[in-house]
Design a protein around this ligand. Structure first.
Ligand code: BGC
Length: 380
């Protein structure tokens, strides 16, 4: 089978044609034909030599963790819920299986304590840039047909779905937020987020803006691209407001718009990320989702001023990574509603389609107006 992979020996991306055909070997598994795979900053980082590990014993890692697929066949147990032709998306992380890890035991491998988890297409497991895969129903969610054109956006959506829902949960520290909805601990009530800022108009930032606007949050998106360009027009088309931070630094935005309750960082650039503290409001939450390399990124901060502000304003700064199946289930609902509300805008998030043969250029270069580029996977 064909597959885009990173070869360990050369450290280079390759298009393999001898990746083994997967087979069902447990009753809860599905054989899935991969239709599309999104290209993520993490894939490009792996190709640059920053992270990524093949499965133990293998000389290559099949890349890709943002997939959309269709069920080909189902094991005996899986057949109760899935049939051939069902549209599906698989999650990325697999639990560490260590007895001392309560989160993994709970289906929350995104919060794994041991760090011994596996991530498809990233750490120790092959990814999805290949024609067929096998996956357990435990790590698969079904999508409605209406999401066929947009299903490849599910995984990046789940990453921000998690980041925002965690922030929402954190704000249950506020009595007035708790009093809005006492139905369950993870009430998923977005009303404390009256005004949000999203830093970075890439795929993660863009999906954060869609989610926030869908939940009627006043949303401001920052980047360094021009105000009359593609990304700015996409942001503005869903009722969010685009700001070019080369003209208006993020720190100046609150004085023009008011207290910022939530900032979703989606730049992966440490100096930019920490500067955002200067824009965070009273009782605000700043959540980092970008993953920079672990070297470099030194910068200076007005530490005293920012620490004082963080304490006096009850601010929370946190990181958020990955998403477990519960966020995928939530994202199916949100993305379906978003696709009905803004079908044209959502279609504009997918800015490029590539055949597998484009692997080298698509994984090493990023066109200026790219939001999400995808590989269309042939059925061979
Ligand atoms: C993926 C996450 C993954 C993270 C760290 C991100 O690009 O979307 O699922 O956990 O990289 O490997």
């Amino acid at each position: 089978m064909r597959a885009i992979a990173l070869e360990k020996a050369s450290g280079r991306p390759v298009l393999k044609d001898d990746h083994p055909e997967p087979v069902l070997h447990a009753p809860d598994q599905l054989l899935i034909r991969v239709l599309q795979v999104g290209i993520c900053g993490t894939d490009r980082a792996i190709v640059r030599g920053e992270g990524g590990e093949p499965p133990p014993g293998d000389g290559y890692l099949v890349l890709g963790h943002e997939m959309l697929g269709e069920v080909v066949s189902a094991g005996n147990a899986a057949a109760a819920d899935y049939e051939p032709g069902d549209l599906v998306v698989c999650t990325v992380r697999r639990s560490c299986g260590q007895p001392e890890c309560p989160t993994c035991a709970h289906g929350e491998s995104d919060m794994c304590y041991t760090g011994k988890y596996v991530e498809r297409g990233i750490f120790h497991a092959h990814g999805y840039m290949t024609s067929r895969i096998v996956e357990s129903t435990e790590y698969t969610v079904k999508l409605p047909e209406e999401l066929r054109p947009f299903g490849v956006l599910m995984e990046p959506t789940t990453v921000v779905e998690k980041a925002i829902l965690e922030s929402v949960l954190v704000q249950h520290r506020l009595d007035w937020v708790r009093s809005l909805d006492d139905s369950s601990a993870i009430a998923r009530d977005w009303r404390f987020v009256r005004r949000a800022l999203v830093a970075g108009a890439g795929p993660i930032g863009m999906m954060a803006a869609f989610l926030l606007r869908h939940h009627d949050v006043e949303t401001h998106v920052t980047d360094v691209v021009p105000e009359d360009g593609y990304k700015a027009s996409l942001v503005n088309s869903i009722g969010a407001r685009y700001w070019n931070v080369s003209k208006t630094p993020a720190a100046e935005i609150p004085s023009q718009v008011g207290n910022i309750d939530l900032i979703v960082e989606a730049t992966g650039i440490a100096p930019v990320a920490y500067e955002l503290l200067n824009a965070l409001g009273v009782n605000g939450v700043l959540v980092f989702t970008g993953v920079p390399g672990d070297r470099g990124g030194e910068f200076q901060l007005q530490g005293g001023h920012l620490m004082r502000q963080q304490v006096l304003w009850n601010q929370i700064v946190m990181g958020s990574v990955n998403a477990n199946r519960s966020y995928f289930v939530q994202a199916v609902k949100d993305l379906s509603e978003i696709s009905r509300k803004w079908p044209d805008a959502l279609a504009r998030v997918i800015t490029g389609h590539h055949p597998l043969e484009d692997y080298e250029v698509a994984l090493t270069t990023q066109p200026k107006d790219e939001v999400k580029a995808v590989f269309d996977i042939p059925d061979v």
